[in-house]
Ligand binder design. Structure first.
Ligand code: T3D
Length: 262
């Protein structure tokens, strides 16, 4: 792998976007390597129970590498719909469907699809110096990678519209205050905090956490009645896990539970 760094250790897969000279912007190689890495994350043989995504260098991810999009006058423009269909949408769909918590440690600027990649993750930590930019409007594009879905849900319609149309930079502190991310931490604490959180989540009841993820994702389109039914169905599944049995047993025996993630 040349565009990302990837390792699996103690149930945590850590994926680092690694094109720092281009602020870790996406090119086709990086998309391909991300796809391969996520296949490894999904492979039960690798026993991954938490995914942590971050970036190398001073940026998190500046979205699409625009040097791959410059078109000489008279030449055809690339089909961006195809690019979204083949690369960005599968990436976001895979992350949303991963049956484990996905943490994003935003180490610097997150722009365009880079910002929306972060918002597709389950828990977002950001370095105090990091920022989020819906940069699309500045080059005549529409927020993609799920941004028009996640952003209004995270910050409300008024802020989502203004951020999408103005492309203003949102500081990590502002993002935390608006509920756009979980929390911002001092720059020199980010990687340690993210690793600690990932290690903690990798010891939790992974199936239960995956069911929580499913329930919360469905809540944005379900009615209350539909959501109550879904909670019943998911609780039935959760109640059949070994980790539930272990959680109850540990509580009754006044000891710390040992969850296996199943
Ligand atoms: O095309 C499709 O397939 C459709 C999908 C699109 C998804 C998208 O993400 S579209 C949006 C693309 N991204 C952007 O428009 C953001 C462009 N970048 C910026 O606006 C700024 O770089 C930042 C605000 C992110 C950071 O600004 P700053 O001042 O901290 O850094 P910089 O000096 O602009 O960038 C540092 C270097 O990274 C620089 O290279 P250099 O001059 O040192 O050789 C810059 O050109 C390069 N860089 C930054 N972003 C990109 C990039 N190179 C290529 N593509 C980039 N997106």
């Amino acid at each position: 792998m040349t565009t990302i760094l990837f390792q699996i250790e103690n149930g945590v897969a850590t994926l680092t976007l690694n094109r720092p000279d281009r602020l870790n912007s996406f090119n086709t190689d990086m998309h391909a390597e991300l796809k391969d890495a996520l296949k490894q994350v999904q492979d039960p043989a690798n026993k991954v129970r938490c995914l942590l995504i971050t970036g190398a260098g001073r940026g998190f991810c500046a979205g699409q590498d625009l040097s791959d999009r410059a078109v000489a006058p008279g030449n055809d423009t690339p089909d961006l719909g195809e690019s979204i269909d083949k690369r960005y949408n599968p990436l976001i769909r895979t992350l949303r469907a991963l049956e484990m918590p996905v943490i994003c440690a935003v180490n610097g600027v997150a722009a365009g699809a880079g910002a929306n990649l972060a918002f597709a993750c389950d828990i977002v930590l950001a370095a105090r110096s990091a920022s989020f930019i819906q940069a699309f409007c500045k080059i005549g594009l529409v927020p993609d990678s799920g941004g028009t879905w996640t952003l209004p849900r995270l910050v409300g319609q008024a802020r989502a519209v203004a951020l999408s149309m103005l492309g203003d930079k949102v500081s990590a502190e502002q993002a935390e205050a608006w509920g756009m991310i979980w929390k911002c931490v001092d720059d020199d604490q980010l990687q340690a905090e993210a690793a600690k959180l990932a290690a903690q989540l990798a010891t939790q009841p992974t199936k239960g956490l995956a069911l929580i993820k499913r329930a919360l994702a469905a809540s944005s389109t379900n009615t209350l009645d539909q959501q109550l039914d879904l909670e019943r169905d998911l609780q039935r599944l959760a109640g059949r896990t070994r980790d539930y049995q272990e959680g109850v047993a540990a509580f009754m025996e006044k000891r710390v539970p040992t969850f296996q993630g199943m």
